[in-house]
Design a protein around this ligand. Structure first.
Ligand SMILES: *[C@@H]1O[C@H](CO)[C@@H](O)[C@H](O)[C@H]1NC(C)=O
Ligand SMILES: *[C@@H]1O[C@H](CO)[C@@H](O)[C@H](O)[C@H]1NC(C)=O
Ligand SMILES: *[C@@H]1O[C@H](CO)[C@@H](O)[C@H](O)[C@H]1NC(C)=O
Ligand SMILES: *[C@@H]1O[C@H](CO)[C@@H](O)[C@H](O)[C@H]1NC(C)=O
Ligand SMILES: *[C@@H]1O[C@H](CO)[C@@H](O)[C@H](O)[C@H]1NC(C)=O
Ligand SMILES: *[C@@H]1O[C@H](CO)[C@@H](O)[C@H](O)[C@H]1NC(C)=O
Ligand SMILES: *[C@@H]1O[C@H](CO)[C@@H](O)[C@H](O)[C@H]1NC(C)=O
Ligand SMILES: *[C@@H]1O[C@H](CO)[C@@H](O)[C@H](O)[C@H]1NC(C)=O
Length: 543
């Protein structure tokens, strides 16, 4: 036995000697109440006894009569799980703990077998210290089987509680169970291999509903059930290989995720609904193991709808499309709102016709960018040629750009909210100090002021910064001239094609409107872009 185990046993024994041991005597003691006055369904109320510390040995209830034990209103409760050698299987089928402040599961010896009854409910527990290893597991020895009094769990239900830690193999080899549900539970940590549930076949459920889980270790959650519901939860980082679900019906709905890493979610399901989730960062290959499952049923689906993804890393939006095609699933990828930073979504523009790209970009699917100034379809990526990704494009500029290309689409107008007073757009150009032959096409970036400040740690050793404040009262070429530092800079020598900066405003009254400024900003942007793009052959010949 290790020192820490000895210490643990010692502490447990000390506490045992201090606390009140909950033991059933008869139905007439004030702290006990029995349904119908017979000792089958019995309830112990801690608060009746003036004490803070209670301890219950489950083995004390493996009698001929007791079927259900409920313990309630305890300040501090310890539950000893050690399973003794029994002559006959226990009759205890249900164990409930509710309305307690602190609950701790203990074992008095590292070599003890542990076993809980087939139905366990924990409700309104302010703090569950942990689920130690083997708290919930199907009986694998004859002794464990007798202690459980059944071959399989029926139900494990945890409601309105806080669990500090679900330790490695705490819920382990739980097979044949009908349902395992966590509802309104905050879990600080699920350690590696903390939860492994393989339910029986029909109408079985694994549910994580309204739960908050900060940390999930490697293979932290492994589930096989006919239905798995992960609803309205709040998750920290879903690290690689932390969640693995095999199910007929999988619902991942209304959750928030701080991030999902490569292969973080591994799912295989006949019907998959990933909808209304909010994800701060979806990392490359996050969904690559989200698969469809073949099954001989008429209806099979993979739905990825109405999710909001604040940071999309390249290739993070792809699930295992091929598995869904071959399973014959109905696939929907609709109404998602995603970050449209050019660099991040450029992969959707790949030349090889990728069916998932078409699915995401298809206008009828209504996937849009997370920008507020307009409804901007993810299709914008088609306008962002690869060299434009060097620009840190203002979303508003993207709106203008898209709107400009689709000016016939009426419902795509840029919002012109007069209540919003906007400063004149400010652009900064950063270009290489010594560009080859003073070539205007050399690497250059345009970013806006805020980004510049934010990124001031950027390495700009060999670059000069030219501040360009856009002033709508002046022609933008004039603006450029007035703000450029060196007369020899090539931009001013090169006159841009006339049509690129023709004013779209008629009448002097529109000069100061936000719409006018935006239009000028777009013209300006287009000019800058024209300078940036790889020079066309014809342009090259002229210079
Ligand atoms: C608990 O109660 C049972 C009888 O109900 C008795 O046999 C046993 O000795 C009691 N244990 C303790 C520790 O009091
Ligand atoms: C899992 O539980 C089953 C009984 O349900 C048992 O036969 C098997 O040995 C257990 N496996 C492990 C690894 O404990
Ligand atoms: C979970 O919490 C919500 C809101 O606090 C409450 O409405 C719901 O009844 C709770 N669920 C359970 C099973 O107690
Ligand atoms: C997920 O779990 C299943 C068994 O439930 C296993 O066969 C599969 O390999 C696991 N997937 C990953 C990626 O770990
Ligand atoms: C877009 O989706 C619609 C409806 O699913 C389909 O009819 C159309 O062919 C798709 N367009 C492209 C370009 O794939
Ligand atoms: C597309 O999405 C926008 C915003 O999410 C919504 O207002 C609009 O009704 C949707 N259009 C269709 C055809 O679903
Ligand atoms: C610029 O960045 C390079 C590579 O990151 C680094 O080696 C160099 O020291 C940096 N220079 C300055 C002045 O920060
Ligand atoms: C900066 O420019 C100088 C001279 O052109 C060159 O020798 C040096 O390698 C450049 N440094 C970086 C970090 O590009």
């Amino acid at each position: 036995m290790s020192n820490s185990t000895l210490l643990f046993v010692f502490i447990a024994l000390i506490r045992y000697t201090c606390g009140v041991r909950i033991n059933f005597t008869n139905c007439h003691h004030p702290e006990w109440s029995c349904v119908n006055n017979v000792p089958n369904e019995i309830t112990y109320t801690c608060a009746v006894t003036k004490n803070d510390d209670f301890i219950i040995h489950l083995k004390d209830f493996y009698t001929d009569h007791v079927h259900t034990v409920t313990i309630q209103n305890c300040r501090d409760l310890r539950v000893v799980l050690d399973c003794p050698i029994l002559q006959r299987p226990s009759r205890l089928q249900k164990f409930v703990i509710k309305d307690c402040t602190r609950l701790e599961f203990v074992s008095l010896s590292a070599s003890s077998l542990l076993q809980t009854p087939p139905e366990v409910k924990l409700e309104n527990i302010r703090e569950i210290v942990s689920f130690p290893r083997n708290t919930f597991k199907s009986p694998s020895t004859n002794s464990e089987f007798k202690c459980m009094g059944a071959s399989y769990y029926r139900r494990i239900h945890i409601v309105n509680s806080i669990i500090n830690s679900i330790n490695t193999k705490a819920i382990y080899n739980v097979s044949g169970v009908k349902s395992v549900e966590f509802e309104n539970v905050t879990i600080t940590e699920i350690q590696s291999e903390g939860v492994e549930v393989v339910t029986g076949n029909d109408n079985t459920l694994f549910g994580l509903i309204n739960c908050k889980i900060d940390k999930i270790g490697f293979k932290g959650i492994t589930i096989q059930s006919s239905t798995t519901k992960i609803l309205h939860g709040a998750f920290g980082d879903i690290t690689t290989n932390s969640i693995n679900v095999t199910a007929d019906n999988l619902y991942i709905i209304g959750n928030t995720f701080k991030s999902i890493s490569a292969l973080g979610l591994n799912t295989k399901s006949v019907n998959t609904d990933v909808t209304d989730n909010s994800i701060d960062r979806l990392r490359t290959d996050a969904l690559a193991n989200v698969k469809c499952c073949r099954k001989a049923t008429n209806k099979k689906r993979m739905h990825f709808n109405r999710n909001e993804i604040k940071n999309v890393e390249p290739y993070s939006l792809y699930f295992d499309y091929a598995s869904c095609k071959s399973a014959g699933s109905q696939i929907a990828y609709r109404e998602n709102k995603i970050d449209c930073k050019c660099r991040n979504i450029a992969f959707l523009n790949s030349q090889s016709s990728n069916e998932q790209n078409s699915l995401i970009l298809n206008l009828t699917n209504n996937n849009t960018c997370l920008v507020t100034s307009c409804v901007l379809p993810v299709e914008i990526v088609k306008l962002l040629e690869s060299d434009m990704c060097h620009l840190n494009l203002d979303p508003q500029v993207m709106c203008l750009l898209y709107n400009d290309k689709h000016s016939t689409i009426k419902n795509n107008e840029v919002t012109t909210d007069d209540d919003v007073t906007e400063p004149a757009p400010t652009f900064y150009l950063i270009r290489q100090a010594k560009s080859l032959h003073g070539d205007a096409g050399a690497a250059m970036t345009a970013i806006d002021k805020d980004d510049l400040l934010k990124d001031s740690h950027l390495n700009m050793t060999n670059r000069t910064i030219i501040k360009v404040v856009f002033d709508s009262s002046k022609d933008f070429v004039e603006t450029l001239r007035s703000t450029s530092r060196t007369r020899s800079r090539p931009i001013e020598n090169k006159s841009p094609p006339k049509e690129e900066y023709v004013s779209h405003c008629i009448g002097t009254q529109c000069r100061n409107t936000a719409a006018y400024n935006r239009q000028r900003a777009l013209d300006f942007y287009k000019y800058v872009y024209a300078q940036l793009r790889t020079p066309r052959q014809s342009v090259n010949k002229k210079t």
